[in-house]
Ligand binder design. Structure first.
Ligand code: NAD
Ligand code: ZN
Length: 254
């Protein structure tokens, strides 16, 4: 099957599992937003092909040289995210929530596209790029309103602004982690869309779901660390076309 023609028997299997399940949750990663024009970190065309994560995305790097991290990573991210709109895959998950077929989305993404598409229960594991916080007085500023003329941008109090995202080396907010673990432990089906499952603790959610007897379904053009081990099956393909086809299959069975 090609990336844009997902395997019909696997779509049938996924639709049947979703319709039979009491609780379905989705875990999403950078791959779900690739078709919205946002590059992932790893894999083909990933950001890590051009920059070293530890040099730019680690909290130590930001504390050492915030201007450099703003110049090389955050400024570009702002420009890319400013232009991005939700795609078919984000919209499919929002539709599933409206049909009571999806309880919540646990996302590693910081782009806010699930909420833009209409999802209302989104656990943002790594924060949201839409806001910046002053490291001195903690005041919040919308990222859209930040002036990029002088880097790093500063708050009125003179403190440096940082995105409300988790850098490598920082802790996941405990309430997010607790809720994600609960959802993972109690779901009947977990859809794992567009994640390489290599960033922990987010990557442990499919393990928790699997250990508690859930069906774990991956949607990804590539195999991942979960494939053939933790996931029951992989629907090979890009998130947009696969989710569109999955919605169609569900509707035919409703
Ligand atoms: P990742 O970059 O490690 O992996 C991306 C995965 O998506 C790969 O497995 C790849 O095969 C798959 N993929 C690529 N194109 C796809 C498509 N069209 N449809 C479906 N899958 C596709 O991403 P990750 O696992 O989310 O971990 C990276 C970390 O980077 C996350 O913690 C996240 O916070 C951050 N990040 C976020 C964004 C964003 O907010 N959009 C973008 C880049 C990185
Ligand atoms: Zn301030």
């Amino acid at each position: 099957m090609t990336a844009d023609k997902p395997d019909p028997p696997l779509l049938e299997r996924a639709a049947a599992a979703i319709l039979k399940a009491g609780r379905v949750v989705a875990l999403t990663g950078a791959g779900i937003s690739v078709e919205s024009g946002i590059p992932p970190f790893r894999g083909k065309g990933g950001l890590w092909e051009t920059i070293d994560p530890m040099e730019y995305a680690h909290i130590d790097a930001f504390q050492r040289d915030p201007a450099k991290v703003w110049r090389v990573l955050i400024k570009d991210m702002k420009e890319v995210l400013d232009r991005a709109d939700p795609n078919e895959a984000h919209r499919a998950l929002a539709w599933m929530e409206k049909q009571n077929l999806l309880q919540a989305v646990i996302t590693q993404n910081v782009d806010g596209l699930h909420q833009c598409a209409g999802s209302t229960d989104v656990i943002e594991f790594h924060g949201n790029f839409a806001w910046q916080r002053c490291i001195k007085c903690k005041a919040r500023t919308a990222t859209a309103a930040v002036d990029l003329c002088r880097l790093p941008p500063r708050c009125r109090c003179g403190g440096i602004l940082r995105p409300e995202c988790i850098f490598f080396g920082e802790l996941i907010p405990p309430q997010c982690l607790r809720r994600a673990e609960q959802l993972s432990a109690h779901c009947d089906v977990m859809l794992v869309i567009g994640t390489s499952a290599s960033v922990y603790p987010a990557a442990s959610m499919p393990f928790i779901a699997n250990q508690n007897g859930a069906t774990v379904i991956e949607i990804n053009p590539e195999r991942t660390a979960l494939s053939g081990k933790v996931s029951d099956f992989l629907i090979a393909g890009h998130a947009g076309p696969v989710m569109k086809a999955l919605v169609k299959t569900i509707v035919e069975r409703l």
